[in-house]
Design a protein around this ligand. Structure first.
Ligand SMILES: Nc1ncnc2c1ncn2[C@@H]1O[C@H](COP(=O)(O)OP(=O)(O)OP(=O)(O)O)[C@@H](O)[C@H]1O
Ligand SMILES: [Mg+2]
Length: 226
């Protein structure tokens, strides 16, 4: 009973949060479309902005769907085991352009032989979310180190970090620090990371502090199925 009620609260809260997150881009979209037909406006520019809003909503919907697939167990996380180094290098290379624009250096550290007990796609999703966060929030001149050792994946940057109060809440859905609110993002990335890692029998931990960078450590306790 107790559990059912708690689950129901969670579900209702989630629906409310998704709706809330969709409202802002929807409202912006409406204004943009209405103004696009006014005389003397750059309607091309308006439409480009409208497209950005649609893109933002699509990203949100994709994240929500992915999270619900994870939760329902339809999306398999833990089957198999993946060599970490090539995945981390791929993520670094794929994000090289946006990292350069943000003036963030990405280093990869892992022995050739290190494997982690998750499917390749899942490892990619985790590493990509963590790297995208450093690109977005660490600040110019920072360095991100993506590293893997047996049973552990870590993303550690020396950037702006977050306050202690935020540290405890980063993995909650839709949670964003006040500083991040001005930027694009929905606060689902780290919730997805946590879900993937716990589904694989591991746990996540955030350490750091304001001005001291942020480290996200994913520890896997299960041995990789052979
Ligand atoms: N490397 C980092 N440095 C500083 N703050 C960070 C870092 N990574 C995450 N954060 C903070 O944690 C919050 C939650 O991150 P999360 O990835 O869950 O959501 P998001 O990046 O805001 O949106 P999304 O990932 O869904 O696009 C961010 O909004 C930001 O405030
Ligand atoms: Mg993110």
């Amino acid at each position: 009973m107790e559990e059912a009620r708690a689950y129901e609260e969670l579900r209702v809260g989630f629906t409310a949060a998704v709706s809330h997150e969709l409202r802002t881009p929807l409202a912006r979209l409406l204004v943009l479309l209405e103004s696009a037909s006014l005389p003397d406006v750059d309607s091309e520019a308006m439409l480009a902005k409208a497209r950005d809003q649609v893109e933002e909503m699509r990203e949100l919907v994709d994240d929500v769907l992915f999270l619900s697939e994870l939760e329902s167990g339809r999306e398999v996380v833990a089957l198999g085991s993946t060599r970490a180094l090539p995945v981390l290098e791929e993520v670094r290379d794929r994000l090289a352009d946006s990292a350069e624009r943000a003036d963030l250096a990405i280093r990869v550290e892992a022995d050739e032989s290190v494997e982690l007990p998750v499917r390749r796609r899942m490892l990619q999703i985790v590493a990509e979310n963590l790297a995208e966060n450093s690109i977005r929030y660490a600040g110019a001149g920072s360095t991100l180190t993506l590293s893997a050792r047996p049973g552990v994946l870590e993303a550690s940057d020396d950037g702006r970090g977050v306050d202690d109060v935020d540290l405890a809440r980063l993995f909650e859905r839709f949670y964003r620090s006040d500083r991040a609110r001005a930027s694009r993002g929905t606060g689902l990335g780290l919730a997805i990371v946590k879900h993937v890692v716990t589904a694989a029998g591991g746990e996540v931990e955030a350490t750091g502090g304001a001005g001291q960078g942020l480290t996200i450590r994913c520890s896997f306790f299960t041995s990789a199925p052979s």
